[in-house]
Design a binder for this molecule. Structure first.
Ligand SMILES: NC(=O)c1ccc[n+]([C@@H]2O[C@H](COP(=O)([O-])OP(=O)(O)OC[C@H]3O[C@@H](n4cnc5c(N)ncnc54)[C@H](OP(=O)(O)O)[C@@H]3O)[C@@H](O)[C@H]2O)c1
Length: 357
C-alpha cells in the first residue's frame, strides 16, 4: 500500500496516492449492522466488487452479529485500529459523530473512506459526489469522499441531466420520505406500530416524535432558525454544491410518510432555456441510473413499493408545470430507493470509480 500523505492538515489531507496495479481490495464496512451497511454488504457481492477481504464493524450493541458474504460467514466487530489496519477502502455507514471521530485514524492508516453521514458534506476540501453527476471530482484521488443526502441524490439524478441541457434556475422539491431514512430503528418503529394497531393496542412514537402509522408529518430532523428542518437545508445546500450552481433558487418541503423504504419527490423545475416534456423524457431516457416510466404506454407512475430494491431512480408524470415560466417549466414525480442510490449504492459506485480512475 502507498504511503500516507505527508503534512495532513488539520486532521487529514484529502488526497492519496494511486493504487494502480492492485487487483483486489480489502474493504471495511463501518456501521455494517445498520440499514445502509447491510445494503453495502449485499451490493459488494452482487456487483462482483474486486474484494480480497471484507471486514465488518459496528458498535458494542451488535458486536458478533453474523453476515453471509460470498459463501463465508463474517462477524461484525467493534472498531479497533489493529482490525482496521491494512484496509484499502472503508465505507462508513454510521452516524456523523462516529465518522468525525474515526476520520483521522483512517487517514493515518491510509484507508480511503467514503462517508454516508453528513459529517463532511459541507467541507469544501472534501468532494461531495454523485458519480453520474460530478464523478470528475474523484479524479484528484481524494482520501475522503462525502456521500450526499439521500433525498438530494434522488432529486438530482433527474434534475441534473435536464440542467445540463436547459440550465436550471429554480427547483421546488416536496419529499415523501420512508421511515428507513431514519435507519433500521425507523423501520422497526413502523412495523411495531402496525402490530400494536392490529392488536388493538395504543400506538405511540419513540424514535419519531409522534405515531408514523396512518400519519404524515414534517421531517423529524432539527428545526433551523429560519423555520426549515435540517433535511430541507441539506437539500438546498447539497444540491447547489453538487450542481456547482451556488445561486440556484431552491424551495424544499421534506415530509416523513409511513412507507418502509424508497423516497418519492414531487419536483418542479424552472429553466433558463425552453424545454418541453417530450424533450425531457428523451433526455431522461438516456440518463445513466434513471428509468423513465412512460404513462402514455399505459404504465402506472412509479411508487415506493415498485422501486424498493432497484438501483435506478424512476421518473414519471413528466408534464408542463403551469405555475412556472411558460415553455421553461416542468413538473415530475421521482422515486428512488434511498437505501440504495440514496446511500449504499452511491457509496459503492464511488469506490468503484476510485479504483477505475
Ligand atoms: N437510512 C438512509 O436512508 C440513509 C440515507 C443516506 C445516508 N444515511 C446515513 O448513513 C448512516 C447510516 O444510516 P443507517 O440508516 O444505516 O443507520 P442505522 O440503521 O441506525 O445504522 C447505524 C450503524 O452505525 C453503527 N454504529 C453506531 N455507533 C457506532 C460506533 N460508535 N462505532 C461503530 N459503529 C457504530 C450501528 O451499529 P450497531 O448496530 O452496533 O448499533 C449501525 O451498524 C447515517 O449517517 C445516515 O445519516 C442514511
Amino acid at each position: 500500500m502507498s504511503g500516507v500523505n505527508a503534512g495532513a492538515s488539520p486532521a487529514f489531507s484529502t488526497t492519496k496516492n494511486s493504487k494502480a496495479g492492485t487487483k483486489t481490495f480489502c474493504v471495511s464496512v463501518i456501521g455494517a449492522t445498520g440499514a445502509v451497511g447491510r445494503e453495502v454488504i449485499q451490493l459488494l457481492e452482487k456487483r462482483n466488487f474486486p474484494i480480497s477481504q471484507l471486514r465488518l464493524f459496528c458498535s458494542e450493541r451488535s458486536a458478533g452479529e453474523k453476515f453471509q458474504f460470498c459463501g463465508q460467514t463474517l462477524a461484525a466487530q467493534t472498531i479497533d485500529r489493529e482490525a482496521l489496519a491494512g484496509s484499502d477502502y472503508a465505507i462508513l455507514c454510521a452516524d456523523a459523530a462516529t465518522a468525525r471521530a474515526l476520520a483521522p485514524m483512517l487517514v493515518e492508516l491510509n484507508i480511503i473512506a467514503v462517508d454516508n453521514s453528513s459529517a463532511f458534506r459541507t467541507d469544501p476540501a472534501i468532494p461531495l459526489v454523485v458519480p453520474e453527476i460530478n464523478g470528475e471530482m474523484l479524479k484528484g484521488k481524494p482520501i475522503l469522499v462525502a456521500n450526499p443526502n439521500c433525498t438530494t441524490i434522488i432529486s438530482l439524478m433527474v434534475a441534473a441531466p435536464l440542467h445540463r441541457v436547459a440550465q436550471l434556475e429554480r427547483m421546488t422539491a416536496c419529499s415523501y420520505q420512508a421511515v428507513s431514512g431514519a435507519g433500521l430503528a425507523g423501520m422497526h418503529e413502523l412495523e411495531s406500530q402496525t402490530r400494536a394497531w392490529a392488536a388493538g393496542e395504543k400506538v405511540a412514537g419513540q424514535l419519531f416524535p409522534r405515531p408514523i402509522l396512518f400519519n404524515v408529518f414534517p421531517h423529524n430532523s432539527p428545526r433551523q432558525p429560519d423555520g426549515s428542518n435540517e433535511e430541507e437545508h441539506k437539500l438546498v445546500r447539497e444540491s447547489r454544491r453538487i450542481l456547482g450552481h451556488d445561486h440556484l433558487r431552491i424551495s424544499a418541503t421534506c415530509v416523513r410518510v409511513p412507507t418502509l423504504r424508497a423516497h418519492a419527490v414531487a419536483l418542479h423545475l424552472e429553466f433558463a432555456n425552453a424545454i418541453s416534456p417530450v424533450q425531457a423524457l428523451d433526455i431522461l431516457a438516456h440518463a445513466p441510473g434513471v428509468r423513465v416510466v412512460d404513462e402514455s404506454n399505459g404504465d402506472q407512475p412509479a411508487d415506493p413499493q415498485m422501486v424498493s430494491g432497484l438501483d435506478e431512480v424512476l421518473v414519471s408524470r413528466i408534464r408542463v408545470d403551469h405555475g412556472g415560466a411558460p415553455g421553461k417549466s416542468l413538473a415530475l414525480w421521482v422515486v428512488g430507493d434511498q437505501l440504495l442510490k440514496g446511500a449504499a449504492l452511491n457509496a459503492v459506485q464511488i469506490v468503484e470509480q476510485l479504483i477505475a480512475d
